[in-house]
Design a protein. Structure first.
Length: 348
């Protein structure tokens, strides 16, 4: 998914940490962002936020739906570029047509991981399919570490099995689908470039469970459809709960009368400084400017002839809807400043 904000803010990315041994829950409220024009599809963004830039290497989380496509217009994202990241698409309902410049064409369906590696550069388009009536899911980005961020573009698909979660007396509390990393005995075969965890969790009405997690990870849990109880904290619907490194158990409870869906993200704290602007993850002002200029020249949006590397992002994808490729917004009139890693954590 593209960040379609017309005036995207510079994001100064890094992680904050709780003290080792603590399991304090920090709540991150979503902000509404429209994707597109007058019939824009609304999304709720919790990463990046003013409270936190990353959870592990997870650097972007848009949560959308359930949307009536006849009213919202659905997802209609023309060709746009990415660098230095991986996109993770995870649907609850609906279907999305994905096409990218590395030659991959996929239908994104509920319960199936679709992971696109941008690496050194890629462009892609995303459209909800004509048969989709309700669209509901999440779009996430993972920042690539320096040694992997210039890798070749790629695409992987994985359908994780459901694993049973139990409460304290062995009664079934719900199930989990682990699409990245390992949890509750389920291991995803999909390769990641930093230690990561991604899972969808369903908890039955009134159920509770305790899940063993890596104490070296920080974690985020998004309450999708109902309020949740995480540790001793009440987490409102659509809110992201953050738990810092040091926790060995995540205690989850569903106080409601319907099945609760949670999206669990985790990872080792990402120590590198990165700059994220629009759809690019880079390492400083000059690099972001170069990415933008290359894309603008590649699509003919600015004078100056083609970029030196006319295949920087691959051939521009021909979108399903016939829309023109998205031009990059204007850069802010200030120098983009990289931050993050250990320097940002020291300020928290």
């Amino acid at each position: 998914m593209s960040n379609l904000e017309l005036e995207p803010q510079e994001t100064l990315c890094g992680t904050g940490q709780s003290e080792p041994g603590t399991a304090t829950v920090e709540l991150i409220e979503p902000r509404d962002v429209p994707l597109g024009g007058p019939r824009a599809m609304p999304v709720r963004r919790t990463l990046p936020s003013k409270e936190r830039s990353l959870i592990g290497a997870w650097c972007f989380l848009d949560h959308y739906g359930p949307d009536d496509v006849s009213l919202s217009g659905g997802m209609r994202v023309p060709p746009h570029p990415h660098t230095g990241l991986q996109t993770v698409s995870w649907l609850f309902t609906g279907e999305i047509d994905h096409r990218d410049s590395a030659g991959h064409h996929a239908l994104v369906r509920p319960g199936e991981l679709n992971l696109m590696t941008a690496g050194r550069g890629i462009n892609h388009s995303e459209y909800s399919t004509p048969g989709t009536t309700v669209l509901h899911g999440a779009q996430l980005w993972v920042a690539l570490p320096d040694e992997a961020r210039r890798t070749d573009p790629g695409f992987e698909r994985y359908v994780p099995p459901a694993v049973v979660l139990a409460d304290g007396d062995g009664t079934t509390a719900g199930e989990a689908r682990v699409f990245l990393g390992a949890l509750a005995g389920s291991v995803s075969p999909v390769r990641t470039h930093t230690p990561l965890l991604g899972a969808e969790i369903l908890l039955l009405p009134g159920a509770q469970t305790a899940i063993e997690v890596d104490p070296g990870f920080e974690h985020g849990l998004l309450a999708d459809n109902l309020p949740a109880r995480i540790g001793g904290a009440e987490v409102p619907t659509r809110t992201l709960a953050y738990v810092g490194p040091g926790a060995t158990l995540l205690r989850l409870a569903n106080p409601g009368k319907a099945t609760l869906r949670l999206l669990l993200l985790g990872g080792a704290p990402f120590d590198e400084e990165i700059t994220m602007w629009w759809n690019f993850v880079g390492r400083g002002h000059e690099e972001i400017v170069a990415f933008r200029d290359a894309w603008q020249r590649e699509i003919g949006a600015e004078p100056g002839g083609p970029a030196e590397d006319t295949d920087f992002f691959g051939p521009v994808v021909e979108p399903t809807g016939g829309d023109a490729a998205l031009p990059a917004p204007e850069l802010p009139h200030v120098r983009l400043r990289p931050r993050g890693g250990s320097r940002e954590r020291k300020t928290r």
